[in-house]
Design a protein around this ligand. Structure first.
Ligand SMILES: C[S@@+](CC[C@H](N)C(=O)[O-])C[C@H]1O[C@@H](n2cnc3c(N)ncnc32)[C@H](O)[C@@H]1O
Length: 230
């Protein structure tokens, strides 16, 4: 199994990430041209947590998405269902309490976290709506969700350059750095098929999140969505 298709199964997704785990962070940095560092800082700012509060970083992969808030003293639980990604995460950051778990059946009690966040993970979850409801269940009343995900550039000329040229070039660039370049064909396909900013906001509301809003980053290549559990 080298890559998942859009009609993916959870097993295909987990094995695809097992296959890219070894060079996942390197490939990301090259493909995102270090923009990912800024996007991750903005996730921490949007979470706005204090040291000692507890956050679930879902689909945390190798734990890179957890670092900005974990390193600021927030009690961070990185959770993922790819054992390959978790293994690399454990080697990189043995200080973080990685947990194996599926986003659609989280191994946590109701209202366990002050906040839940998911970076570049929700698009890969087979049942997105079930995951949004699970995240709501494990968040304390008054707590927050922050979703960081690829989205749709808002300025038409930029959207055309991005989808027609940059996205098509992605697998060729990934061939040079990734341990599984085919996975980056899936990345481009899944970004194209993902709902736009308003579409994702509507899905958050249906799952029970209140006061939903979003902010575009890098012209809408990425969007941060937030919601609260009342
Ligand atoms: C692109 S990586 C993102 C990793 C990390 N959050 C980051 O920003 O670098 C997506 C992750 O989602 C995880 N994932 C996908 N579906 C999942 C599910 N149902 N439950 C838990 N993790 C899942 C994959 O295993 C993978 O590690």
């Amino acid at each position: 199994m080298s890559r998942a298709g859009l009609e993916k199964t959870p097993h295909e997704v987990a094995s695809m990430f097992d296959g890219v785990a070894a060079r996942y962070d390197l490939t990301n940095t090259v493909l995102a041209m270090r923009q990912d560092v800024r996007w991750r800082k903005l996730v921490a700012e949007a979470l706005d947590l204090s040291p000692g509060q507890k956050v679930l970083d879902l689909a945390a992969g190798t734990g890179t998405s957890s670092e900005p808030f974990a390193d600021a003293g927030v009690h961070t639980v990185p959770c993922d269902f790819s054992l390959g990604m978790l293994k690399v995460g454990n080697q990189r950051r043995p200080d973080l309490p990685f947990v194996a778990g599926d986003a659609t059946r989280l191994p946590f009690a109701d209202a366990s976290f002050d906040a839940v966040t998911i970076s570049f993970g929700l698009r890969n979850v087979v049942d997105v709506d079930a995951a949004l409801k699970e995240m709501h269940r494990v968040t304390k009343p008054g707590g927050k969700l922050v979703v960081c995900e690829f989205s749709h550039p808002t300025w038409t000329p930029w959207r055309v350059v991005y989808t027609e040229y940059l996205m098509r070039a992605l697998p060729s660039v990934a061939r040079v750095v990734s341990s599984n370049p085919d996975a980056y064909v899936y990345l481009a396909e899944s970004i194209r098929a993902w709902p736009d900013q308003r579409g994702l906001a509507a899905r958050l509301r249906v799952a029970g999140w209140d006061d939903v809003a979003h902010r575009n980053l890098s012209g809408g290549i990425v969007a941060l969505h937030r919601g609260y559990r009342r």
